[in-house]
Write a protein of this length. Structure first.
Length: 61
């Protein structure tokens, strides 16, 4: 059974918000069904993070 969930994203700088839909591929490896407009997924040192496209900074889930 695939686990899925929604994360509400908010940029701490410009207050842009949106809902991302994720699902678990395997432990510590998530897939993305929907990335809200104004955000993108960036591969980082410790995995994938959501970033605000306008501010180019990580966002808080």
């Amino acid at each position: 059974m695939m686990t899925s969930w929604t994360e509400h994203l908010r940029c701490p700088k410009c207050a842009n918000t949106g809902d991302a839909e994720l699902f678990e591929i395997s432990p510590f490896n998530n897939g993305f069904r929907k990335v809200p407009e104004g955000f993108n997924v960036v591969a980082g040192k410790f995995g994938k993070d959501f970033h605000c496209e306008a501010c180019m900074i990580p966002v808080a889930p």
